[in-house]
Design a protein around this ligand. Structure first.
Ligand SMILES: NC(=O)c1ccc[n+]([C@@H]2O[C@H](COP(=O)([O-])OP(=O)(O)OC[C@H]3O[C@@H](n4cnc5c(N)ncnc54)[C@H](OP(=O)(O)O)[C@@H]3O)[C@@H](O)[C@H]2O)c1
Length: 342
């Protein structure tokens, strides 16, 4: 089969789309004929390499994708040949109440081979059914970011309809999902972005108030917009450059929920601001299978919809990485096996 592969850690020139051995299907696995897949910022980290990430090369990336069941292992009862499925990439001990807290928790595509290929053998536990009327691009690009943003806002920050939320990086995968979830929850939604075009999209996806943080300090803007009060919840994933202003955007007793540090993981912080204002800093990663089902139900029925920045053949994966690294566009970048586009 043809598969996207990173041959070593490095820049985009380590990405190839080439022949790779067909996957064997294990007892509890499903062979998926991949129709579409999507990138996450995680694919950039995996390509570049991170401390503690020890991958067998070449590595097939990809933590989001969807397709048709081609074969099933002897132990699989939930799926049969011909079913439509999407990947939910978190792997934890399902006997735990919250598998994301498993010390061995890991993510398909990051720690083990992913789904950016013509075929992938995936544990049945990591597949969810896709309704017949859902487009492949939607099925392939929603699961990771919507589950992340759902857990951040609904489960971890326990957002209430009467509250206000500031979403940073609203044009990104997590950001644009958070906008929609916060809006659906009934909250007043504030959003930041680096261009006017991204901010227009943010308004279309649930933002009530928008700020171009390249031309204005967003913490000052939040204070002004909220009559000096600040917001109840900040959705953080940018990290070092925004951390202090994110804290400064919160009202007393406010909650900052973070899932990432795209632009730096070790910010300076303001301890007096945290204790004096009694702020909560909440970490969040991926979601439990039940939370995935809850949010994906709302994707399948069209309540939430991924915005697609661009759709490319897998052979142009290097360009797909560049779009994310250059912060071009709004939403998700989709890649499809070249054979699907012929
Ligand atoms: N813990 C988890 O479970 C989990 C799950 C998903 C993602 N994450 C993490 O969350 C972060 C966002 O992921 P994503 O897939 O949504 O990423 P993405 O699609 O690349 O979006 C990142 C957004 O951040 C904004 N940004 C601001 N400053 C930036 C900078 N210096 N460099 C790059 N982007 C900057 C950009 O918007 P503007 O240009 O408008 O500022 C961009 O759209 C990543 O760090 C990822 O690893 C964690």
């Amino acid at each position: 089969m043809q598969a996207v592969q990173i041959t070593e850690h490095g820049d985009t020139d380590v990405i190839e789309y080439d022949e790779y051995p067909d996957p064997d299907v294990g007892r509890d696995e499903v062979l998926v004929d991949v129709k579409a897949a999507a990138l996450n910022h995680l694919d950039i980290w995996t390509r570049r390499g991170m401390p503690g990430l020890d991958l067998e090369m070449p590595h097939i990336p990809g933590s989001d994708g969807a397709g048709i069941v081609e074969d099933v292992g002897d132990g699989v009862t939930r799926f049969e040949v011909g079913d439509r499925v999407a990947l939910s990439a978190g792997v934890g001990d399902l006997r735990m109440d919250d598998p994301t807290l498993d010390p061995r928790y890991h993510i398909i595509g990051e720690h083990v081979p992913g789904i950016h290929a013509e075929y992938a053998a995936i544990s049945a536990d990591n597949l969810i059914p896709v309704p017949d009327d859902v487009d492949w691009t939607v099925a392939a690009s929603s699961c990771l970011v919507f589950q992340t943003a759902w857990r951040m806002l609904i489960e971890r920050a326990e957002l209430e309809a009467s509250e206000s939320v500031l979403v940073l990086g609203a044009s990104g995968g997590v950001g644009h999902a958070a906008l929609q979830i916060a809006d659906h929850a009934g909250a007043e939604v504030y959003a930041t972005g680096s261009t006017e075009a991204k901010l227009e999209y943010a308004k279309d996806h649930g933002a009530d108030h928008v700020c171009n943080y390249e031309t204005e300090n967003f913490a000052d803007w939040v204070r002004e917009e909220t009559g000096g009060r600040g917001v109840d919840v900040v959705v953080e994933h940018v990290g070092a450059p925004t951390w202090q202003d994110s804290l400064a955007s919160l009202t007393k007793g406010g909650r900052l929920v973070t899932c990432g540090g795209t632009a730096g993981g070790n910010p300076e912080t303001d301890i007096p601001r945290i204790f004096w204002n009694q702020l909560e800093i909440i970490g969040s990663t991926m979601a439990t299978p039940e939370q995935v089902d809850d949010v994906m139900e709302l994707v399948w029925d069209g309540t939430f919809e991924p915005a697609i920045r661009e759709e490319l053949p897998m052979s142009e994966s290097a360009r797909a990485h560049e779009i994310i690294e250059n912060r071009e566009g709004f939403g998700k970048v989709v890649v499809r096996p070249d054979s699907e586009l012929q």
